[in-house]
Design a protein. Sequence first.
Length: 130
Amino acid sequence: MEKGREVFQKDAFARLCGVELLEAGEGTARARLVIRPEHLNAVGIVHGAAIFTLADAVFAAAANSYDHVAVAININISYLKAVSGGVLYAKAEERNREGRIGSYLITVTDEEGQTAAVFEGLVYRKLRNG
């Protein structure tokens, strides 16, 4: 099993929230979230925490796709479009693999491909057995 997929399978919270991993490869991952009523906030749009969970799940899968454990050290998310239903997709792209710090850009889109959120994350790469 690919390391990124293996990490996702252990993410009980993401799975509880309904995140489905579609693809995982070295430095990349893609997932989706079918919006359900419990994903909506008090004003009827997708809760920021649901979007964050989707983005964070692909971030973790992409960052942990190599022979090391990668832990988040900084994350920034910008919510760009309100969504109230349908399906959201997240795609993680590795921006930097040099050294111990890794940089990833995650784009969250709606069914029409419009950007709903942009998530930038940094990880610290630990040794697998260290």
